[in-house]
Design a protein around this ligand. Sequence first.
Ligand code: SF4
Length: 181
Amino acid sequence: MKLLLHACCAPCLAAPYKYLSKEHEIVVFWYNPNIQPYREYLRRLQAFRKYTSKKGIKTIEDLSYPLEDWLYKAAMLSRKSNVLRCKFCYAERLHRVATHAKRHGFNAFSTTLLLAPYQKHELVKEIGEKIGKNVGIEFLYIDMRKWFDESEKMAREAGIYRQGYCGCVFSEADRYWRDNP
Ligand code: SF4
């Protein structure tokens, strides 16, 4: 199957790519306007480029970074709940992946957001399936959490940057400020 695999970052790509590429013809898609601040975005993008070029992985990069729009929507939702904010963030990224996959002749799309145990796994699945249905392309659901430890190890061994928080400034505050007020 020709699969367009969204990568949220290089460390989360390592093991999923290793296993999924045994069965599928994969192109990896970068679209992560949720990563803030911008220097952190660049750092993760560089790690992604370093890892994929070292492994000879085919990639497509969408470098759109609509900071004002993204922050405005995320902040409004964040006031209500973190779940609503993450729902918007997942949907925004997965919709971009699905439409690209549909337009360019892929059979399915998926995402490495299904790897990390700290992501809202069921929500990613639900949104991926819903978007797949609306756009008219299969969302390949796999519970990638079984590969999480291995992916971390592979990233460590490859010497690539491993971030300390999910991506947005809200998640950074959760990680570094609210834990240490
Ligand atoms: S915590 Fe992560 S998934 Fe949730 S909105 Fe922030 S970057 Fe997106």
